[in-house]
Design a protein around this ligand. Structure first.
Ligand SMILES: [Fe+2]
Ligand SMILES: [Fe+2]
Length: 291
């Protein structure tokens, strides 16, 4: 019998399966009228079982110590150096094995997000934020398991909120009964501000750290907290927020629908768009990015 270390298990058919499930939780308000609520309550769907297993692993293994270890490992950015365009090619190696034809590539999701932001006339740095927001998914290509790359994020080192999806799975996390980590504030001061809070490890924090010197604060909040649904959709963790977080929340909220609801069946024409994005990247980003 083969033994797979549960920490290495990748239950999702692709990383996108997580975001597809988020869409079931937070459906596009404009599309809701067309569908019955039954469509969103189909828990017998086998694809949802894999998402559930994914969250079980995520909530079990994202401990405070695990996050510290990953920060040490990846925030040195000593793995690879690439131009932005080579980085997109690299990211695009992430494909859905089960269905390579119907699934949009990673670049297409990023372009659909950024193009929808551009169409609505938002500032150019926000367009660039849309283009870059999932670049951190390259973590998977460095051998990281899915549960350490995608999924809703949440603070570690303090009590878990029951507003995080599948909160019951936190019972298996060794931090759950830790006397220091199980109090509401845990290792943090009340209202210390999210910048002082360590989030579960994944593509948000990684891309934020990669780009923190190059984008305005509002864009950095969009990068860093776009998967923190318990905060920006559910209003949890108020006891850790400061006024700056409350002020920035509107930007994270502004960004979220572009991430979730910009998927369209027509892939954007990268060849046509490339000159615009080359200028935009040239305006804000260095020639190469460190991974
Ligand atoms: Fe993302
Ligand atoms: Fe995304």
């Amino acid at each position: 019998m083969s033994t797979i270390n549960p920490m290495d298990a990748n239950p999702l058919s692709s990383l996108d399966a997580w975001e597809e499930d988020v869409l079931l939780r937070y459906p596009d308000p404009e599309a809701i009228a067309a569908k019955s609520t039954e469509d969103y309550r189909n828990y017998d769907d086998p694809a949802r079982d894999t998402v559930k297993e994914f969250y079980r692993l995520n909530h079990t293994y994202q401990t405070y110590n695990f996050v510290q270890q990953k920060r040490k490992e990846f925030l040195q950015f000593n793995k690879k150096e690439m131009t932005v365009w080579d980085a997109f090619d690299f990211l695009n190696q992430l494909v859905d094995d089960s269905d390579p034809d119907t699934d949009l590539s990673q670049l297409q999701h990023l372009l659909q997000t950024s193009e929808a932001i551009r169409r609505d006339g938002h500032p150019d740095w926000m367009v660039l934020t849309g283009l870059m927001h999932d670049m951190g998914k390259v973590l998977c290509l460095f051998g990281e398991p899915q549960w350490a790359v995608v999924g809703d994020t949440f603070p570690v080192g303090c009590a878990y909120s029951d507003k995080v999806v599948y909160p019951e799975f936190f019972k298996a996390n060794p931090d759950f009964e830790n006397p220091v980590y199980k109090t509401p504030n845990g290792v943090y001061e009340p209202h210390c501000g999210l910048r002082n809070v360590d989030m579960s490890w994944g593509h948000d924090e990684y891309v934020y750290q990669m780009l923190k010197d190059y984008l305005p604060e509002q864009g950095l909040y969009m990068l860093r907290y776009h998967s923190f649904y318990a905060w920006h959709r559910e209003g949890a963790y108020d006891h850790l927020l400061d006024d700056h977080d409350r002020d920035m929340l509107k930007w994270v909220t502004l960004f979220n629908p572009y991430d979730l609801y910009s998927k369209s069946p027509e892939p954007p024409d990268w060849k046509k768009l490339r000159p615009y994005y080359e200028d935009l990247a040239g305006k804000y980003l260095p020639a190469t990015l460190k991974f």
